[in-house]
Design a binder for this molecule. Structure first.
Ligand SMILES: C[S@@+](CC[C@H](N)C(=O)[O-])C[C@H]1O[C@@H](n2cnc3c(N)ncnc32)[C@H](O)[C@@H]1O
Length: 280
């Protein structure tokens, strides 16, 4: 209860800072992420040279510039305030990363985010929630989403870090939270699974999914089976199918990857498996 009151007070403060620091009508204020928190955001997302990072509401450009300068990544930021965009492009030139860190005066809600392998946010809780369906629908499975201070409601983070002892502009508490989500593949629905190897067989699996949380029911041709320990991280999936007709029942572990409407992988017994999503 007390934590909730503190969070509500913070949101009110953040929003009133919006009115104080930004032209009226723009909901999210310009408040910089402290550099130590920027570094933690990049760490938590494991940003490296192969990444393409997009910062929605990029302020003075520090997240994209740090990703380019310190991690060798590429990317861009979008920002409503044209003077901040100009300053960000100038800072990228000064840092020698203008080719890899670019900034555009653009509304984040009109920005194509599909190229991102990492998406960073320091917005407001309700803006995160507004963005959430788009992130889940448009970002590739495995894309890392990192948010400073604000969560995604019911979409639980895959990792969280708290930094204490900070000097933060506007905010009364001297701590920052950094949240990481891995965009989950879409696994909900019925699948026909074919298992190869010495004992080929097929089975039906029906998965239910809430964000990255999955569970399922398996029906093997040779009898009822239990599906356990289902786990999803980006496009990587694993689960165990237990043959209940055998005693003692030994779980067969499946490891695989989702490719749209197919999945492929291997079992711990060395068999290859392939699944196709059944039309609704
Ligand atoms: C809290 S600041 C974060 C700046 C930077 N990302 C950082 O972490 O240091 C949020 C920024 O989002 C910008 N912003 C607000 N609404 C926006 C929108 N609809 N499209 C693009 N930028 C927006 C604000 O002008 C502000 O600079």
């Amino acid at each position: 209860m007390r934590r909730r009151l503190v969070v509500l007070a913070l949101i009110a403060l953040f929003a009133s800072a919006a009115r104080a620091q930004s032209p009226p009508g723009e909901g999210v204020p310009y408040i910089q992420t402290p550099q130590v928190v920027v570094d933690k955001m990049l760490d938590l997302a494991g940003v490296g040279p192969d990444d393409f990072l997009i910062d929605l509401g990029s302020g003075d450009g520090r997240i994209v510039i740090s990703a380019a300068q310190k991690r060798g990544a590429r990317g861009f930021g979008v920002e409503l305030d044209a003077s901040l965009v100009e300053a960000s492009n100038a800072a990228a030139r000064k840092a020698g990363v203008a080719e890899r860190a670019r900034f555009f005066a653009r509304d984040l809600f009109d920005t194509d985010i599909r190229a991102a392998s990492v998406l960073t946010l320091y917005l407001l809780p309700e803006v995160n929630l507004q963005l959430r369906p788009r992130l889940l629908a448009q970002l590739k499975p495995g894309t890392r989403v990192v948010s400073h201070d604000w969560d995604m409601g019911e979409w639980q983070p895959d990792a969280k870090a708290v930094l204490e002892g900070l000097v933060k502009p506007v905010m009364p508490i001297r701590a920052s939270s950094v949240y990481l989500w891995i965009v989950p593949g879409k696994v909900a629905g019925k699948w026909k699974v074919r298992l190869g190897g010495a004992r080929p067989e097929s089975m039906q699996i029906e998965f239910t999914q809430r964000f990255q949380e999955i569970s399922g029911i398996a029906r093997r041709t040779r009898g009822p089976s239990l599906l356990q320990s289902a786990h999803l991280r980006g496009a990587e999936i694993r689960f165990a199918v237990i043959d209940e007709t055998r005693r003692p029942s030994v779980p067969l572990q499946f490891f695989g990857r989702i490719y749209g409407d197919t999945m492929e992988g291997s079992t711990d017994a060395g068999q290859r498996w392939r699944a196709e999503r059944k039309p609704l």
